[in-house]
Each structure stands twice: as C-alpha cells, then as structure tokens.
Design a protein around this ligand. Sequence first.
Ligand code: 5GP
Ligand code: MN
Length: 340
Amino acid sequence: MQFVHDNTDTLIEKLHSSVSFNIIITTHHKPDGDAMGSSLALFGYLKQLKHTVRLITPTDYPSFLHWMPGHKDVIIYEQNEKRCKALAEEADFIFCLDFNDLNRINEFGSVVECSKAEKIMIDHHREPSGFDDYRYWTYEASSTSELIFEFIKKCGHLDRITPEIANCLYTGIMTDTGSFRYRGTSSNTHRAIAELIDKGAQNSMIHELVYDSNTPMRLKMMGFVLYEKLEILTAYNTALVYLTREELARFNIKTGDTEGFVNYGLSIEGIKLSVLIVDRTKLVKMSFRSKGDFSCNEFARDHFNGGGHKNAAGGQSSDSLDMTISRFTEVLSRYKDQLK
Ligand code: 5GP
Ligand code: MN
C-alpha cells in the first residue's frame, strides 16, 4: 500500500525478539465492525508471538459482533475500571486502533496518556492528534483492518493468519467499506479480501451474521424512522433524521441499533449530505455522510467537536437536542454553495 506513514521498524524488531511483553490493544468507544475486527485480529496475531495481550474497549459494542473470535476475552473499561488501570500501569505497549485522538476512548484516554507504555497508533482517520510513539497510518486505507492485514504482511507473517483472524479482518473491511462500495475501496482492498478468503474467511457467513441480525422491533423502528422522521432540506440537498430520548426508549434502542440509518438518506437521488442526530443520555451524537467533495470531517471538526473521514464522520454536542438541531441548520446555511 502506498503513502503509509510508518515508523514501526524498531517496534517490529522488539515484538519479534524473544522478550515477552505486556501488551494492551484498545479501540474507540462504541466500537464498530472495523474497530473490533482490527483489534481482535491483532489480538490473535500478537498472542501467537507469545506476548501477554489484553483487549480493552472503552464501552460495550453491538451484539451483531459478539460472534467474533476473541469476544469473550474483551475487557470493557466502563465495567472494569480498576483492573484496566492496573493493566495499563504494567503495559509495555498500547496499540491504539481505529482512532487517532485519545478523546475517542473516553475516560480510558487519560489512563493511556499517563501509562509509561509506548503507544502505537494504527488508523485511517484524518488529522491524528499526535499522542503516539509509533505510527502506521494513512487516510487512504479503506479500514484499519486493511492496515492490520498490511502490518502482518510487513511482519512477514501472512502465514500466521488463521481462519479466525481472517474472519475478523474480513468483517472490519466489509463493514467500513459498506460491503466494498465506498471510495476507500481499492484494488489493494480486494486483493487483501481475496487473500483472506483463501486463508479461511467465511465471507457469506459473515455478511449474514452482521447484516441479517435485525430484530422485528428494529425493522419496525427503521420503518418508523423512514416514514415519520426523514426530512429533506431541499435547498441544501441534505437529508436529516433526529431521534428523541422518548423515541429511543419506545423502541428499546441499544448500542448499534441506529447503525446504518444515516446511509438511507444518502440513497436518495441528488442528496449530498445525510445527517443523523440522536439524543443519547450524556450528549447529543451526530453522524454525517456525504457524496462527492463535501467534507464531513471538516464539517464535524469545525462545528461539532468531531471528525472522521471525508465522506463519513461523527460529532457531538452538549446542547439540548432542539438547540443542536437549530445550530445545525444555522451552520448548514453557510454551506449552500458547496452542497449544490
Ligand atoms: P459514525 O457516524 O458511524 O459514528 O462515525 C463515522 C466515522 O467518524 C467513523 O469512522 C468514526 O470513527 C468517526 N467518528 C464518529 N464520531 C466521532 C467523533 O466524535 N470524533 C471523531 N474524531 N471521529 C468520530
Ligand atoms: Mn475504521
């Protein structure tokens, strides 16, 4: 892969030496398929090198990922604060996957920051904040899982990709590329996928496990959202959905249940920007998706304390839902020309 910012040569020498290290892998809060896929794959690989490896997620993650190999070993920071702090204290290395700013891992961020461990960032989001000692990064990769595949290849260990590791990497690449359709999907992505299938990834099973896991209630909620809640802001070629706390409670919405909703708006002909605003308990969470040149990353960064990729980003607001919506529409009006 081209253009990877990579200073991991000495790190790899250490990992391949005969010393056994204490290693933590962590990923962003509310981890998605790529976050869990890349983390569980690296977890499986580093354990083969006889290191002591722990995977710590800041929060829980969607149940449609619970089938993944290694799921039972995941330690959730929110539920095991004391233990995670002790582990961070004795860690030699902390791998930070699929994020590039410590604010993406909530309270665990300050724990990681204070740890004496060397930090390795493997990520494909724009504008890293720079907390890392080692970096394997490019925003041109489809996913962090593709980068982990490349990293294992760089280590000369493609032969260590077991069917379990292949399944994890396949899941991450599949989910972050929208099943191989988004712009970041390259010939390199497809070559990696082909190799993963050769190594035992069960591609058809994975699509079923991840995408055919709806409950009847979730499908009904989706119907409600599309029928009752989808607004088209014609002047800005923008689709907007917001969900109140009352609506979340009414449909018993759990982690991951709103995943993918934001994409429906973008499937409307002519729509350039799709936005989902959800009134979560602690803050209002926003998801942005775009087509073409409109930069969701910059929009999220400049106005909603967020970031991500050019065509997919997220942000948040500590205002009320109503305030957030009116602030959003006010800000949007400044982008009329870009959204034409
Ligand atoms: P989603 O809308 O699915 O939550 O996130 C879309 C993309 O933006 C993901 O790659 C995610 O990691 C990133 N992202 C989501 N929320 C935030 C945020 O609050 N801050 C930053 N920096 N990135 C985010
Ligand atoms: Mn990702």
